[in-house]
Design a binder for this molecule. Structure first.
Ligand SMILES: Nc1ncnc2c1ncn2[C@@H]1O[C@H](COP(=O)(O)OP(=O)(O)OP(=O)(O)O)[C@@H](O)[C@H]1O
Length: 252
């Protein structure tokens, strides 16, 4: 289980989190949505214990797998070296990773779809490729909680589909608590059980995706008219998608 109870975070005079409460039990996946600068990354940092709370409390396992928004490295680490860093918490202060740690890291790269660049230098990879390596690092921790900050932000449509399938496959065994931020409500529909909508007025709405990812709530979230459409997928399956009906954009 990972989550916050009545969490308050203030930066100067600004209250970013105002008694925010939600939880992600093992076996469920949470999507966190909200406008730019509303406090999504701050929420993730608070969940991870990187951001001190002014009030309230957090619950989290001792080790949490974290995939930050962007990863860079000045040193010339290979992708496998970055993935094996996920083992650090298991090694003790001066411990060195052994063969079993490299095996776990390799398996994590495989699971993240990044094994083909295991021996490539991390700082030469594209933004999307780095994100997959950082996901492998998070998986290598072996933690029951994985927290991802905008995992789809640097990905093209093909890789977004791959990432969503990956998030769904991570969720499938129902043995992890997964939380991710996104700017696309369709990602919540595709890969989350619950959603936390961080509204522009400082309030928030937390609940099952079917009750939260609705045009009415999303209009309040983004200030843009939204529509739900039903799609028939390539295998004949029916699913819903939400689209912004941007004002002033007309059909030709
Ligand atoms: N350490 C800090 N000190 C002061 N202000 C901060 C600090 N960290 C974040 N902020 C401010 O808090 C607000 C929330 O930031 P945060 O990064 O959590 O937003 P976000 O919802 O993740 O935004 P985006 O969607 O643009 O990534 C922003 O206005 C940011 O400038």
């Amino acid at each position: 289980m990972i989550g916050l109870t009545d969490a308050v975070v203030r930066f100067g005079a600004r209250t970013i989190l105002d008694r925010l409460s939600f939880s992600v039990p093992v076996g469920r996946s949470l999507a966190i949505l909200g406008p730019n600068g509303r406090g999504k990354t701050t929420t993730l940092k608070a969940m991870l214990g990187f951001q001190q709370l002014d009030a309230g409390s957090r619950v989290a396992p001792a080790i949490v797998g974290y995939v930050p928004q962007t990863g860079s490295s000045n040193q010339r680490y290979r992708a496998i070296d970055v993935a094996v860093m996920g083992r650090a918490a298991h090694l003790g202060l001066f411990g060195q990773p052994g063969p079993s740690d490299f095996e776990i890291a390799h398996a994590a790269l495989e699971r993240a779809g990044a094994v083909r660049f295991a021996d490539h230098f991390f700082d030469r990879l594209s933004g999307g490729e780095r994100q997959l390596v950082l996901l492998a690092r998070a998986l290598a921790t072996g933690s029951e909680a994985i927290v991802l900050d905008e995992p789809a932000a640097a990905l093209d449509l093909h890789n977004q589909e791959r990432l969503l399938n990956l998030l769904k496959s991570l969720r499938e065994p129902r043995d992890k608590a997964i939380a991710f931020t996104t700017h696309d409500p369709n990602h919540a529909l595709a890969a989350a059980d619950d959603a936390l909508l961080m509204m522009p007025d400082g309030q928030s709405l937390f609940g099952p995706v079917a009750e939260t990812i609705t045009p009415e709530h999303l209009e309040r979230l983004y200030g843009v008219p939204m529509r739900v459409i039903e799609l028939i997928g390539p295998t004949g399956d029916r699913h819903q998608a939400v689209l912004p009906a941007f004002a002033g954009i007309r059909a030709a």
